[in-house]
Design a protein around this ligand. Structure first.
Ligand SMILES: [Zn+2]
Length: 104
């Protein structure tokens, strides 16, 4: 399987904030090369929360439900967990600590 590339970066609306930690998420990157669309998954670069892009432009992102996490195909779940680990390890190296693991 080809490793996804995160070289494709997309600007998000300035109003996008993580619904868990409220960090301003003004950009996204992904392996498909296409801009994110409603239903696509993401991970907060600050707290590593699993997120879903919504169709409502004003809201932008919401927390992924536990049911959605369980329903993810194995490869998608593994990729999201890999990105979560990378975010957490990077933030630890930068002295930002371990994010709160609280989910809704
Ligand atoms: Zn967050």
């Amino acid at each position: 399987m080809r490793e996804p590339s995160y070289d494709n970066r997309f600007k998000l609306a300035d109003s996008n904030r993580c619904p868990r930690c409220h960090y301003k998420l003004d950009g996204a990157s992904g392996g498909t090369g296409a801009p994110p669309k409603a239903g696509d998954y993401s991970v907060c670069i600050m707290c590593a929360a699993m997120l879903v892009f919504t169709p409502e432009a004003a809201k932008g992102l919401r927390l992924m439900t536990e049911e959605e996490q369980l329903d993810l195909p194995g490869d998608a779940r593994a990729e999201l967990h890999r990105v979560q680990r990378a975010v957490i390890l990077t933030n630890l190296k930068l002295g930002k600590g371990v994010p709160d693991r609280e989910q809704p």
